[in-house]
Design a protein around this ligand. Structure first.
Ligand code: NMX
Ligand code: MLT
Length: 454
């Protein structure tokens, strides 16, 4: 079928049977030991959550339904207008893969793009009005969380539930419809937020129903070659490259298993049967923290500051000294380290490949050059410093500085784009949570007394 929902309808009965059998056959099998260190240490290595759409290996990095980023670049349908560019697979394809575990056909993806285009052409009037009445200087992520939460007035799931019109087996169908509506609204939401912070609310571009989802994000930021405002004075090649960057970025940030703050928050809130708008709004709040999604803007600030101090991005000894000074002042090196990864983040490598494929564009940008140079020097310093378990760059090391290069100078906005992409994984899982009838999350806690008495 061309319809994602129909494909899911076929898959769900099998998976329901599988989870029943697992519960029956393996319900008492132990999957690990929880240590006191983990209880007081952010639950590290505590394997206790169910997440189907992606898994994270400390050394190999993220796999989306078992597929690496490279696999996805090779297998997922690309934009017909830029078919040769390896990096430019459509995020819609990733969404399909996350939902179904299957590689979609081009026809399926164009059908999904169209569905998102038609659904997302306008924000609900209530949300539009609410957002227009917020002060311009409200934090972009707060604007996004408010906009998303307010869309719950349109939630089909919440409406049907409140009226007592649906049984447990049907929950997923309405959650799915809400999820499609939510994802479809993200280009308009992010475009509105950007126009408010960059242009006093004046629209910067147009939504095009017949174009794909990430193109529409770029279009509403005024960043495509078709946009008349051309706020950033981009050449048409630069605009096309930016669209490709957006596809790549929104394709690889979709999911990072359940342990990260935004995914876990969405999953937890959704387990109380809060609708997808409220659930993902909570996830967005978590993504806004500097140790999570906001790190990309911290990196940009850090690179700009360092460049003004070191005079040349090739000055290795000054870079090293700068990083040491930062560590001595007990601050973290933004864009480095990870709670699970123990090697360079493959998402960082994918973004670096984008840079390397365009030397004429990036070799004169001293911030991008420093980003690359730092990725060779910082790991050595962090290893010698000896504190963090992973001294290598994570995705945020490269992402924000590339947006900055193309003229998005409103640093707090980067995380809004992260949130557009991250919607896809956690909301996929939310559909499956309801399809599989997973219960409310309710772990128990320990205190000083109970820990001392062990
Ligand atoms: N620079 C300096 N110190 C660090 C760094 C770093 N980049 N990373 C970890 N440490 C410290 C950490 O603060 C901790 O110190 P203390 O014992 O004094 O509390 C110690 O090393 C051990 O931490 P780890 O177990 O290695 O890391 P943890 O799992 O607690 O935290 C991060 C993971 C990602 C929060 C941490 O590496 C960090 O703060 N990195 C910088 C911020 C960042 O880049 N975040 C983006 C994450 C990716 N994303 O997309 O969300
Ligand atoms: C993410 O993409 O969510 C980050 O890498 C953080 C994480 O996985 O903990």
């Amino acid at each position: 079928s061309l319809e994602l929902k129909t494909v899911l309808k076929e898959l769900i009965p099998r998976r329901r049977q599988e989870i029943l059998e697992l519960r029956e056959r393996c319900g008492n099998i132990k999957v690990g030991n929880i240590t006191v260190g983990s209880v007081i240490g952010g639950m590290r290595d505590n394997k206790s959550m169910f997440w189907q759409s992606s898994s994270l290996d400390p050394y190999e990095g993220i796999k989306f339904q078992g597929k690496t980023i490279q696999d996805c670049q090779n297998l997922l349908p690309r934009d017909s207008k830029d078919f040769k560019k390896k990096e430019s697979f459509l995020p819609e394809g990733m969404f399909w893969l996350l939902m179904t575990g299957q590689i979609p056909t081009r026809e399926q993806i164009f059908h999904l793009s169209k569905e998102l285009g038609v659904t997302g052409r306008k924000l609900p009037g209530y949300t539009d009005k609410l957002m227009s009445n917020l002060p311009f200087d409200v934090h972009p992520m707060t604007q996004l969380a408010i906009g998303l939460a307010s869309m719950n007035t349109t939630s089909e799931f919440a409406r049907k539930y409140e009226k007592g019109q649906i049984g447990k087996d049907e929950y997923w169908e309405y959650v799915f419809d809400d999820v499609i509506n939510l994802i479809a609204a993200l280009p308009q939401l992010s475009g509105k937020i950007y126009s408010r912070i960059a242009a006093n609310g004046e629209p910067l571009g147009e939504f095009k129903e017949d174009r794909d989802w990430s193109y529409n994000i770029c279009s509403l930021l005024g960043m495509t070659s078709k946009c008349s405002c051309n706020l950033q004075n981009l050449t048409s090649k630069q605009s096309d490259d930016f669209v490709n960057l957006m596809k790549l970025y929104t394709g690889i940030h979709v999911d990072h298993e359940d342990g990260n703050v935004s995914a876990h928050a969405t999953h937890l809130v959704g387990s109380a049967l809060s609708d997808p708008y409220l659930s993902y709004s909570s996830g967005v709040m978590g993504l806004a923290g500097p140790l999570h999604g906001l790190a990309a803007q911290e990196v940009v600030r850090f690179l700009i500051e360092m460049n003004s101090y070191i005079s040349s991005p090739h000055n290795e000894s000054k870079i090293e000294k700068y990083v040491w000074n930062l560590l001595r002042s007990k601050r973290v090196v933004p864009g480095y380290g990870h709670a699970v990864l123990r090697k360079t983040d493959p998402r960082f490598i994918a973004l670096l490949d984008f840079v390397k494929a365009r030397p004429e564009e990036f070799s004169q940008d001293k911030n991008v050059v420093l980003m690359e140079k730092l990725s060779e020097i910082a790991p050595k310093v962090l290893k010698e410093h000896g504190k963090c378990k992973n001294p290598y760059p994570n995705v945020d090391s490269a992402s924000g500085i590339l947006f900055y290069h193309y003229g998005i100078k409103e640093l707090l906005f980067f995380t809004v784009i992260f949130a557009c992409s991250r919607s896809m994984g956690p909301l996929t899982q939310l559909v499956w949570d309801r399809a599989l009838g997973l219960p409310i999350e309710r772990p128990t806690s320990l205190n000083f007394n109970s820990l001392h008495s062990l």
